[in-house]
Design a protein around this ligand. Structure first.
Ligand code: C5P
Length: 232
């Protein structure tokens, strides 16, 4: 590990998209490539941190130099986050976590029927891992003092991306929220991004644009700042 502002610190990074199984061969997933999470892990390693990387489904390899745990579903990610947060100094929740999952898992492959009827899939909400982790801290669990969430927002007629971000930061209760604008061809899977880091303590938002590696180093710099370690 390199010497840097995060030397001696341990950071948990989640990345990729969760997959929620419907039956043994099918799942509900999302377009997350894992690139941003991997870039964040690499930036934290470059800043001298020990990194515990928790990867859901990704299009890219896990970062070398990190302690890697692979998961598939939101339930598995939740358990891995709780387990790896113990003794860590920071958590960056970059994973695209499913908001809904099939309410029931079918043990055998769902089959087409002779009558041509379409199956109805009932969904249920998944647990919000980020909000739950913040809650666990207030209950005295061993949870990092600095938690950074992500928000992929599309914005719409009734509100801007940053307004949604500010409301989400409050709702989640974490120390900072990295907001980016997404769409079908924007951000997900791309090599470049544009992010705004919002802070719960009222400090001025910080913007970063460029490669995901560049944006990740700005996020990690802000993480170090929140840990009381300013980057030289
Ligand atoms: O509410 P939304 O999904 O936009 O919040 C995004 C942030 O919350 C991300 O940091 C994501 O990793 C986290 N999240 C979570 N558990 C969920 C949904 C999102 O931890 N079920």
């Amino acid at each position: 590990t390199a010497a840097g502002p995060l030397t001696g610190r341990t950071v948990v990074v989640t990345a990729g998209g969760t997959r929620e199984a419907l039956d043994p061969v099918r799942y509900l997933g999302n377009r997350s490539s894992g690139k941003m999470g991997v870039a964040l892990a690499e930036a934290a390693l470059a800043a001298g941190a020990s990194v515990r990387f928790i990867g859901a489904a990704m299009d890219v390899p896990a970062p070398s130099g990190a302690e890697v745990t692979r998961v598939e579903s939101t339930g598995e990610l939740r358990e891995a986050v709780f387990a790896h947060c113990a003794g860590a100094d920071g958590l960056i929740m970059a994973a695209a976590v499913a908001d809904f999952r099939p309410a029931e898992y079918t043990d055998a492959k769902i089959k087409k029927t002779e009558d041509g009827a379409s199956p109805v899939i009932t969904l249920e909400r998944t647990p919000d891992i980020l909000a739950e982790t913040v809650c666990r801290r207030t209950e005295g669990a061993d949870v990092p003092p600095v938690i950074v969430g992500f928000a992929a927002e599309t914005g719409d007629d009734s509100g801007s991306v940053l307004e949604y971000g500010a409301a989400k930061l409050q709702r989640k209760g974490c120390e900072a929220l990295v907001v980016n604008q997404v769409g079908r061809d924007q951000v997900f899977g791309q090599d470049t991004t544009e992010v705004t880091v919002l802070f719960a303590d009222g400090r001025e938002p910080v913007q970063a644009a460029g490669s995901k590696a560049e944006a990740a180093s700005v996020v990690v710099e802000q993480l170090a700042g929140l840990m009381g370690r300013e980057v030289q």
